[in-house]
Unconditional design. Structure first.
Lengths: 271, 355
């Protein structure tokens, strides 16, 4: 009989150091596993604990998933210490991901902050895979400083793609940085989009999501066209443990992706 | 068709003794009066011959503790060792369940049996358990089921329901499982007479009258108003005020029959990895904290408000009903004397002043 709390085993095939605090773990599952972009998993360190992450890899690649993890807490600090060929557990995938079908034919604006680019990378791969279905893809990414930028090698490649427009900024520059300096909100002004036919997808720390959302509204985006990946402490992933309530929703089963329209009347959503 | 039977006290004792042959049977036992000078009842596993006394009102512990324990092993992983986590053959029969318990269990069923996926262990335990409820023949000071439009005798959700009558009990069948029990011990039961059923009604009405008289001076808020009160009262100082005496023990959560929040944790014992479930409390400081330190329920007042929003806003929206039925366990258990009735009344009072 099915046990919803049972993790499947995955082997850490590769570990890529993205920044001093962020690593990407390439995992190969021992059983078939697939997810939809934007859905999340619970990643278990055997016998130690688990935490929720949204895979950063292409959902069309089966049996292998990438998870990009910042070292911020108990489980993530242990994950940062594990080595290749270690065994980890996966439960999921959980929740409602990005509704790709409703992006068809549209300008898709993607705004990421810090390690928030991880789920968005998975989304980008999904969009690139069927780029004909979308009008254009606009990526705006902000990191704290140049050394905090994730996927450094991939970003220039993405920006060379057809129908893809990429701008990166850092909050604080450093010597040798010739790019933009300023918060991510400074690079989402006057976006080259048709507002009547555009959606925006935002992922990053809560404070960044708040100000990006306000800015996007200011720029003319409708609340129903702004998609947010909400960060809560999802534990069971199944709407049973009660930790990730947002108003009448649970982030784990009703999200983690919500439109701003769904959340805008709920108090204190950014806390 | 009449599905109500009569059984004498003596035969009832015999019935229960015989049930212990092929099931674990639990029955409420009396404990000496607590600080409120009321008798308290706790479930105990019984053996044949145990001296049983009908409990007039609910037990101290909520019914859900039979299905979700404070600590449950849920899964072993990355091992070939097969340890049985839930025994699919174990049968349990619980006596002394009350109307509030059955209503509360519906919230647990909503959480663990519905939604995205079914909690299989819960389902097995639920299916293998027979609930024998009973009418309330008395109430505790904190009991206020009528304010939640829950009657002090079970309406549904039971397998058998028992009503004391003269030198015996009326036994109402509420499910196929319940009918099965009656059929298996046919000789002990006789079809109830209309006069007996009328007598049961008179006793039930009598208790409702007494409970109404007990509740009337309390001026409790209306059941249909609670969602509005917690939403409109979001920014009131009620939360801060009532939270002043909270010691964050989590007692209100653990005593509650509708609370269901839990932590999933990982354990390693003898090289065996397991997922375990522990009860969690939304009054604890780290309940909503995420890695990195952000905590949407950082303030104590936010946590009390969250408890009320969950019960009276979230569940009304998602289940169509508030997750409370006035069993009063949270009032009884609270060392800070935080009274759910008073919190709701305070919201109502302050909101009506603002108008």
């Amino acid at each position: 009989m099915k046990n919803i709390y049972q993790p499947i085993e995955a082997i850490v095939e590769d570990i890529i150091v993205e920044t001093p605090a962020i690593k990407t773990f390439a995992l190969r599952t021992r059983e078939p596993f697939s997810f939809k972009t934007g859905q999340f998993i619970e990643l278990t360190v055997p016998g130690v604990g688990e935490a929720p992450f949204t895979p950063s890899s292409d959902p069309n690649i089966k049996d292998k998933i990438d998870v990009t993890i910042m070292n911020v807490g108990r489980v993530t600090s242990i994950l940062h210490g594990i080595e290749r060929n270690s065994s980890v557990g996966i439960r999921g995938p959980y929740g409602r991901g990005y509704p790709l079908e409703s992006f068809y034919g549209k300008d898709v604006v993607i705004v990421g902050g810090g390690v928030g680019l991880a789920p968005l990378r998975s989304l980008l791969f999904s969009l690139f895979g069927q780029i004909d279905k979308y009008n254009k893809v606009i990526l705006r990414y902000g990191a704290r400083s140049p050394k905090d930028i994730v996927y450094k090698d991939a970003i220039p490649e993405w920006s060379r793609r057809k129908k893809v427009d990429v701008v990166v900024t850092v909050d604080v520059g450093e010597s040798g940085w010739a790019g933009n300096v300023g918060l991510v909100t400074t690079i989402i002004k006057d976006l080259p989009v048709n507002l009547k036919n555009a959606v925006a997808v935002v992922c990053g720390p809560p404070i960044m999501m708040k100000f990006v959302t306000l800015k996007l509204l200011d720029e003319g985006f409708a609340p129903k066209d702004i998609y947010l990946s909400m960060e809560k402490n999802m534990s069971c992933g199944l709407g049973k443990c009660g930790h990730c309530r947002i108003g009448r929703f649970y982030a784990c089963k009703d999200g983690p992706v919500f439109t701003y329209d769904e959340l805008k009347d709920i108090p204190e959503i950014w806390d | 068709m009449n599905n109500v039977y009569y059984i004498t006290e003596k035969d009832f004792q015999d019935f229960i003794d015989r049930l212990t042959n092929d099931a674990e049977v639990f029955f409420p036992f009396e404990k000496s009066p607590g600080p409120r000078k009321e008798k308290d009842y706790f479930y105990q596993k019984i053996s044949p011959g145990a001296c049983l006394k009908f409990n007039p009102y609910r037990t101290i512990e909520p019914l859900r503790t039979f299905f979700v324990s404070a600590y449950d092993k849920l899964a072993h992983y990355f091992t070939d060792k097969k340890e049985v986590l839930v025994d699919p053959k174990k049968k349990t029969i619980i006596f002394g369940v009350k109307s509030c318990d059955l209503v509360e269990q519906k919230v647990q069923d909503f959480v663990f049996l519905e939604g995205v996926d079914v909690d299989t262990a819960y389902k097995i335990k639920r299916e293998n358990t027979i609930l024998v409820s009973g009418d309330c023949t008395d109430f505790k000071e904190v009991c206020h089921c009528l304010a939640w439009e829950v009657l002090p005798y079970p309406q549904d959700g039971f397998d058998l329901n028992i009503s004391p009558l003269n030198e015996g009990f009326l036994v109402e069948v509420g499910s196929g499982k319940g009918q099965g029990l009656v059929d298996a011990y046919k000789g002990l039961f006789s079809i109830a007479k209309d006069t007996q059923i009328a007598a049961r009604k008179a006793k039930r009405d009598g208790l409702i009258d007494r409970l109404k008289r007990h509740l009337l001076p309390q001026n409790l808020v209306k059941y249909t108003d609670v969602q509005r009160l917690v939403k409109e009262g979001y920014n009131l100082d009620t939360w801060k005020q009532f939270m002043q005496t909270c010691v964050e023990c989590g007692g209100c959560n653990f005593a509650c029959g509708t609370c269901h929040c839990f932590l999933l944790a990982d354990r390693k014992e003898d090289k065996l990895n397991s997922k375990v479930r522990l009860w969690d409390s939304c009054l604890y400081a780290n309940f909503a904290r995420v890695a990195g330190g952000a905590n949407p329920l950082k303030l104590r007042a936010q946590r009390l408000r969250n408890r009320f929003l969950k019960k009276f806003d979230f569940f009304v929206d998602n289940m169509g009903k508030p997750a409370c039925c006035g069993c009063g366990r949270c009032i009884e258990v609270c060392p800070g004397k935080i009274d759910i009735r008073e919190v709701l009344k305070d919201l109502e009072k302050k909101l009506s002043c603002k108008k």
